[in-house]
Design a protein. Structure first.
Ligand code: NAD
Length: 320
């Protein structure tokens, strides 16, 4: 049995991760933490308990942990990269202050904590291709600053207090359930929505800009498998590079055209997102995750494209 609190359960990852955890740990309390204005709805609301947990409020975290005898916390609260650049103070308060609150509760109540990091923890001085696990992290964005700080803070709590902190650096995540929350890689989700609706896509990222991406089912598996892994082989903890595919807008566009030959794309580059994208790696080396806990992706670009177009076309009634 496992009792899990998901902080930020209604976002792109949380809405799917919560349901997945409920399907696996059927006897436990899998608690959907939310903030006002982002309450769980539909299946997410009906299928299990939920609790008001603003990560900036330590008492709310402690109350939920106490009430549901939580042993594992998935901390998904964050402002994503483009939003964080517009609200850097709030991004720090949630990303670092909120993580500190979570780790303090975890220290007192002996919970394990998963807090995702990101390809955004790297910067322009980082080796761009096959970025190694241990390398320069010099992000230029507030998002990246919160992620690097979060990695170090989580490792500190493990070393000094024995809190079982574990994490992965997610690439851009592609999914069809909940829209992304304002990141630099959102275009790779939006492009499928446009194709499924039969609309032309205006691409905010320039041709030739490569970033690592991953299909949501692989990302959910990574988040669950790392928390289930035998830690005796861990050399790293916060945070593991994981990877499955890397592409630029031209590659994903042409892949979609294989299945939707009429699909059209035009570039309308967004300077903020483009400058963030250019400061991030082209692709990550995930050897350490493979060796230390057996990470292995299942979806490549082709398999993901077929599934995304099938699911979204069914939703928008434009099956081909
Ligand atoms: N989606 C991606 O492509 C991606 C890639 C790399 C890393 N990540 C990381 O994964 C985590 C989850 O990302 P996501 O895509 O689901 O983000 P999202 O923006 O879709 O969801 C964030 C969630 O946090 C909640 N939240 C905001 N402020 C909060 C607060 N004060 N207290 C509690 N909850 C609060 C929101 O209501 C929302 O449910 C973040 O740490 C993000 O940086 C995501």
């Amino acid at each position: 049995m496992k009792n899990v609190l998901i902080i930020g359960s209604t976002g792109q990852i949380g809405s799917e991760l919560t349901m997945k955890l409920r399907s696996i740990y059927t006897n436990g309390n899998i608690v959907a933490g939310y903030i006002p204005g982002a309450e769980p709805k539909g299946e997410l609301k009906e299928s299990g308990p939920s609790a008001l947990v603003d990560i900036t409020n330590p008492q709310q975290i402690a109350d939920a942990v106490e009430k549901y005898q939580i042993d594992t916390i998935y901390n998904l609260a964050a402002l994503l990269s483009a939003v964080a650049e517009a609200k850097p103070q709030l991004a720090w308060k949630i990303g670092v202050g909120g993580l500190f609150n979570t780790l303090e509760v975890a220290r007192e109540k002996r919970c394990a904590v998963f807090t995702p990091s990101s390809i955004g923890s790297f910067g322009p001085e980082t080796p761009k291709d096959k970025t190694p696990q241990d390398t320069i992290r010099n992000p230029r964005t507030m998002y990246g600053v919160t992620k690097v700080t979060g990695e170090m803070l989580s490792d500190y709590y493990f070393r000094h207090f024995g809190v079982d902190t574990r994490s992965v650096r997610f690439p851009g995540l592609i999914s069809y359930v909940t829209p992304p929350g304002g990141g630099t890689t959102d275009y790779a989700v939006d492009i499928y929505y446009a194709a499924a609706k039969g609309e032309k896509f205006l691409c905010p990222i320039a041709a030739g800009t490569f970033m690592d991406m991953m299909y949501m089912p692989d990302a959910l598996r990574a988040a669950i498998e790392i928390m289930e892994a035998d830690p005796s082989k861990f050399i790293h903890r916060n945070s593991f590079n994981i990877a499955s595919m890397s592409f630029d807008p031209e590659i994903i566009y042409h892949k979609i055209k294989e299945y939707r030959p009429d699909f059209q794309m035009e570039y309308q580059v967004d300077p903020l997102r483009q400058s963030i994208a250019e400061s991030w790696p082209n692709s990550l080396d995930d050897t350490c995750a493979r060796e230390e806990w057996g990470w292995k992706p299942e979806y490549d670009l082709d398999a993901m494209t077929r599934d995304m177009l099938d699911k979204l076309s069914a939703r928008f009634g434009k099956q081909q």
